[in-house]
Design a protein. Structure first.
Length: 491
């Protein structure tokens, strides 16, 4: 299905050096009707450096603030147009689609691009030095010839849509238990600018050749695929068959980004893999697990003893383990200990806060399915460290606690102690060659797989599949890898 382009990355680099680009300019166009979204007249108080006095004004102020950040990190002689709107998106009381964005038009075979390769329009325009869609008739979609289409959930925070956790429209990052809209929009515009595999089968917008003619050609790869390398297959995606690419997309921790800018920056940014060691008085139950730090609470301290481990029992009527205030038995079990809690039923921050309120000194959340996950969320009231481990490691930790009971005194369980350390060789979110990993969960997650960094990265990165509370507005090393990856694409 994929045809390897004849030109190499070296040829692309030569082409890009032929002209200098100015700082990018981004224009935001609203498609919201009167009284909706950006035009919502609901009075609000200024918040977190956002001076808007209506809900619509504050939303647009965040858009402009984020567009300014992107302008400072990109260079292009061609104006970037974003079609923006607020719409009802999928959600329930406990989960929600925050928003989405993508390139509305994509192009191949234009001046200064790699032949036979799809590009998002904003990048294609930059490389070609002209607006490729200028003069192309509007297709009646309502988005015209925009470079990027964005949409965000207008119902977020309502009782039936991630209840109580609406978008925080301040510019200072102090989102608390709300969803930081600055970070969310930075992330989504990153996708629209090219942080995506952008295959023709995704169904976002029109596909245009350099003459502005709309058509579909699934035989061409995107520029993204040049930099994807599967360690199991020992091949880039360009060298793979369709079946091999399908397998690679669900091959956890094996799909690396080999673009020189992001790969070169990763070892300077990513931290060593964190290790949590359970030492049990019962022979044969010691276990060392990789862990992921939560985006809330204090950072785990390597080389320290986290504490003695305790499990909790299910409580009647709660949505999931740790989702309700601990009853007397669970509170007694975790007091002055590290609470081991399964994922599911509520946010990670709620579980950690309930454990803290019950007297726990730390929390370990284990997955409830196979694979890695990230402990996103935010709650400034959490003052104890929280880490995440895999399902298998969590089950092994629980077994160690159960096996330790006979080794206690006077009927009390023996102590299974958790100590924290670091792997001396491996980097979090990277392969053995220290190249950053792409997100490849199994089963496939449409819209997320392959087009994000892996959730095991530490520090958390902007372009992971979840928005984490510890993100900054810095898109470059030593804070983030977003800009280096976009430079690998040609920005």
């Amino acid at each position: 299905m994929i045809v390897k382009p004849a030109h190499t990355l070296v040829a692309l680099a030569c082409a890009l050096s032929c002209f200098a680009a100015e700082a990018a300019k981004i224009t935001i166009t609203s498609r919201d009707p009167a009284g909706v979204g950006f035009n919502d007249p609901t009075p609000v108080a200024p918040v977190g450096g956002n001076p808007g006095t209506t809900l619509g004004q504050q939303r647009m102020n965040v858009y402009r603030y984020v567009a300014d950040i992107w302008e400072q990190n990109l260079a292009s002689n061609i104006n970037i147009v974003v079609s923006a709107g607020w719409e009802p998106l999928s959600c329930t009381a406990s989960s929600a689609v925050l928003g989405s964005a993508g390139a509305w038009n994509i192009w191949h075979d234009f001046p200064n691009g790699v032949p036979g390769t799809w590009y998002p329009q904003a990048l294609a325009n930059k490389l070609a030095g002209v607006n490729l869609s200028a003069g192309t008739p509007d297709d009646g979609s309502g988005f015209g010839n925009a470079d990027i289409k964005t949409q965000f959930n207008i119902n977020l925070g309502k009782p039936d849509c991630l209840a109580g956790s609406g978008f925080y429209l301040g510019l200072d990052g102090n989102a608390g238990t709300q969803v930081n809209f600055v970070a969310t929009l930075l992330h989504e515009l990153g996708h629209g600018l090219g942080f995506s595999v952008m295959t023709v089968s995704t169904g976002t917008g029109r596909r245009l050749n350099a003459q502005g003619t709309a058509f579909t050609d699934s035989g061409l790869p995107s520029i993204w695929e040049r930099h994807m390398y599967d360690n199991t297959a020992g091949k880039t995606w360009l060298a793979m068959s369709s079946a091999e690419r399908a397998a690679s997309a669900v091959n956890p921790f094996q799909l690396a980004w080999i673009g020189p800018n992001a790969a070169g920056a990763a070892p300077k940014l990513l931290k060593p893999v964190g290790l949590a060691k359970a030492t049990s008085p019962a022979p044969g139950y010691d276990r060392t697990a990789d862990y992921i730090p939560a985006s809330f609470g204090p950072a785990p301290k390597s080389g320290s003893t986290m504490g003695a481990l305790a499990t909790i029992a299910a409580q009647a009527g709660e949505a999931g383990p740790g989702c309700s205030a601990f009853d007397a038995a669970n509170a007694a079990a975790v007091k002055n200990k590290v609470a081991l809690i399964s994922r599911g039923g509520c946010t990670f921050a709620i579980k950690a806060k309930n454990a803290q309120d019950a007297g726990a000194v730390g929390v370990i959340v284990h997955n409830n399915v196979a694979g890695a996950f990230t402990l996103g969320g935010s709650d400034p009231a959490i003052k104890i460290p929280t880490i995440g481990v895999s399902l298998a490691d969590g089950q092994a930790f629980a077994a160690a606690v159960a096996a330790s009971v006979p080794y206690g005194s006077r009927g009390k369980p023996g102590a299974v102690t958790i100590t924290l350390g670091q792997d001396p060789v491996r980097l979090s979110g990277a392969d053995a060659a220290r190249r950053p990993l792409l997100y490849t969960p199994n089963p496939l997650m449409g819209g997320s797989s392959v087009s994000h960094w892996d959730v095991t990265a530490a520090p958390n990165l902007l372009m992971e599949p979840s928005i984490n509370g510890d993100l900054t507005i810095n898109l470059k090393p030593p804070y983030d890898l977003t800009v280096p990856l976009l430079r690998d694409l040609g920005w």
